[in-house]
Design a protein around this ligand. Structure first.
Ligand SMILES: NC(=O)c1ccc[n+]([C@@H]2O[C@H](COP(=O)([O-])OP(=O)(O)OC[C@H]3O[C@@H](n4cnc5c(N)ncnc54)[C@H](O)[C@@H]3O)[C@@H](O)[C@H]2O)c1
Ligand SMILES: O=C(O)C(=O)C[C@]1(C(=O)O)C=C[C@@H](O)C=C1
Length: 311
């Protein structure tokens, strides 16, 4: 067996993303020691039962001591408090990264606490499911998916290359961009779809309770696709909305304008406009498939159990 990339990796947060990392690190032999930290004793006990690491702590400071790579996988709104908590125990020369779905806010929250000599490289794997908690993870989650880094101006290229190699060994393709560009792009390709899903499922649920109709019972598969997204973790998505506010509001404004135009086309029977739009959007789907980006989440992710709220 080749020698591990890191002597010790600390995973702070052991939900869907943290536990998927734990599993792929084990499978690929990427660390000699995986230290797991999470705030909730119940979640920590479950991580231990699942055998996700070598040591377990509710005190993140203990887990990160002597670690060469620290990966923070907590809801974005908790990034700052975690950085503050672990900062005094970080080893000089260590790489500190995160997996948060928003980047400018995470950088603003974490950077002030990063000690000199620690390489802070913000990251975001574009891979996930609607499930959460340590049972939900699986080693294949990151395969053929993008991992985006938003390095800071003074990021050490050697540390960035080492972290990139880590994510490549987890199966991902790497890209880098600035945090504002990341947040704007993700607002349209990830955050808005979730917000739209939460909204449409909420509307249908309201309708059901007002009219006692059977919208849920007879929901067609298009609606069911929305319910998958709308089943995503409430804490995670609350934080995404609050921490990428400007970009999301910008995209929602454009979306609302386009929706009004579509509404108008329907009202005035403008079939040509409808047909043209639907033809253009079908081409988008085809180009995604041609680019090999139409990757379905595998079954093991689907079968994972829901995680209790607040764990
Ligand atoms: N779920 C996805 O699809 C997805 C995809 C890519 C990135 N992300 C990002 O990854 C991060 C984690 O998401 P997840 O899906 O793994 O969530 P999750 O709910 O499955 O897990 C979150 C973990 O963080 C722990 N935690 C919460 N606050 C903490 C704190 N203050 N200190 C220590 N531990 C704490 C929880 O106990 C849990 O173990 C989020 O920032 C999210 O935006 C999620
Ligand atoms: O497929 C899903 O269920 C996801 O929500 C994954 C998804 C996405 O929107 O693609 C969600 C949030 C992340 O930050 C990255 C990936």
């Amino acid at each position: 067996m080749t020698s591990p990339m890191f002597e010790k990796i600390a995973l702070v947060g052991i939900g869907l993303i943290g536990s998927s990392l734990a599993r792929v690190i084990r499978r690929e032999g990427l660390a000699r020691h995986v230290a797991i930290a999470t705030r909730s004793p119940t979640t920590l006990a479950r991580a231990k039962e699942l055998g996700l690491g070598e040591s377990y702590n509710t005190d993140a400071k203990e887990a990160v001591r002597d670690a060469d790579l620290i990966i923070v996988s907590v809801p974005v709104g908790s990034s700052g408090e975690v950085a503050q908590e672990i900062a005094p125990a970080l080893k000089k020369g260590a790489i500190l990264t995160d997996v948060g779905s928003t980047k400018a806010s995470v950088i603003a929250q974490m950077q002030p606490y990063v000690p000199d000599g620690v390489h802070f490289i913000p990251g975001h794997p574009l891979a996930g499911t609607e499930k959460s908690g340590p049972d939900a993870g699986f080693a294949e989650l990151f395969e053929n998916r993008w991992c985006i880094f938003t390095p800071l101006p003074d990021t050490d290229p050697a540390a960035l290359e080492k972290l990139s190699e880590f994510w490549r060994r987890c199966g991902s393709n790497i890209d880098t961009m600035d945090p504002q560009h990341h947040d704007m792009t993700l607002a349209i390709v990830s955050h808005l779809p979730h917000i739209i899903a939460y909204n449409i499922v909420g509307t249908a649920d309201d309708l059901q309770s007002v009219t006692k109709s059977e919208v849920i019972k007879y929901s067609a598969s298009g609606f069911r696709d929305f319910t998958r997204l709308a089943a995503s973790d409430p804490t995670m998505w609350r934080d995404v909305c609050l921490h990428n506010k400007d970009a999301i509001l910008e995209m929602l404004a454009r979306f609302s304008e386009d929706l009004a135009s579509l509404q108008r086309a329907i009202r005035w029977g403008d079939g040509e406009k409808l047909f043209d739009l639907f033809t253009r959007t079908r081409a988008v789907r085809r180009s995604i498939i041609e680019a090999g980006q139409d990757i379905d989440v595998p079954d093991f992710g689907r079968q994972a159990v829901e995680h209790p709220k607040g764990s």
